[in-house]
Ligand binder design. Structure first.
Ligand SMILES: Nc1nc2c(ncn2[C@@H]2O[C@H](COP(=O)(O)OP(=O)(O)OP(=O)(O)O)[C@@H](O)[C@H]2O)c(=O)[nH]1
Ligand SMILES: [Mg+2]
Length: 236
């Protein structure tokens, strides 16, 4: 079951939970992750405001990040489905919190992007409010993957979200997306620079993960990490 146990990270300045201290997975864990995401995943709800959120059920894992960073694509790549989450070349595609349910009472949450300059002020305000309220206040939010475009790295607009996550002590990990678009040497440099920036963030998993939804890079590890989280919460 993926439904039990506390959902918050350790308080600042204490050791991170064991599952957040290593990104090396055994072949068994990789296989468990593969099976978890090969199962049936389906859309369950869309919420444009806090009142419309579906009832809490099991654990939730949210994918947050700037507009167009590749959140919806990552959910599709994880689940091996082309169109489970809606993607688009143009920013601002996902405009609500979208919930997908899988096995073990686990849900994935596709979030609206932030930092989308072309949207109206009112929309930006509503999305930003919803994003921060959800990230800081959803009791069964077990982990947040904060996505950052590997070509651009962390931007000032990411800072407020990082602060919200630190303050709420939600356990989170930075994921570089679109790794296929960056030369390997530039990717190494981006990973190193992002790891340095992360040192200031107490609730963050200390290492970033490089992924590509187009080539599948990082998917087995991300699936294994989520499966490991489920197993740990079930034991807690
Ligand atoms: N090359 C490459 N392109 C990607 C990758 N992931 C996403 N994209 C592209 O980036 C664009 C945005 O992807 P989405 O998944 O819709 O991004 P999003 O973060 O959900 O965007 P919003 O919902 O608008 O915030 C699409 O054109 C994708 O095809 C990747 O790993 N590699
Ligand atoms: Mg999207």
């Amino acid at each position: 079951m993926c439904a039990a146990g506390p959902s918050r990270a350790s308080p600042p300045n204490t050791a991170p939970p064991r599952d957040m201290t290593a990104d090396i997975y055994t072949p068994d864990e990789i296989e468990t992750g593969r099976k978890l995401f090969a199962a049936d995943w389906r859309f369950v709800a869309a919420a444009g405001n806090f009142e419309a959120l579906p009832p809490m059920r099991g654990l939730e894992i949210a994918f947050a990040g700037r507009s167009n960073v590749g959140k919806s694509s990552l959910i599709n790549a994880l689940t091996g489905r082309n169109a489970l989450a809606r993607t688009s070349h143009t920013p601002g595609r996902t405009q609500e919190l979208i919930f997908f349910a899988g096995p073990l009472q686990l849900s994935l949450v596709d979030m609206p992007g932030y930092g989308y300059a072309a949207a109206s002020k009112a929309k930006v305000k509503a999305w930003t409010g919803l994003i921060h309220t959800f990230l800081a206040g959803r009791a069964n939010l077990a982990r947040v993957y904060l996505l950052v475009d590997a070509r651009h790295g962390l931007k000032p607009v990411d800072d407020t979200v990082l602060r919200t996550l630190d303050k709420a002590a939600v356990n989170y990990q930075l994921v570089l997306t679109k790794a296929d678009q960056v030369k390997p040497s530039d990717l190494e440099a981006r990973i190193a620079a992002t790891n340095v920036a992360l040192a200031k963030h107490p609730a963050a998993f200390p290492e970033v993960l490089a992924t590509s939804s187009h080539t599948g890079t990082g998917m087995p590890e991300l699936r294994a990490a989520i499966a490991r989280l489920c197993a740990e919460r079930a034991r807690a």
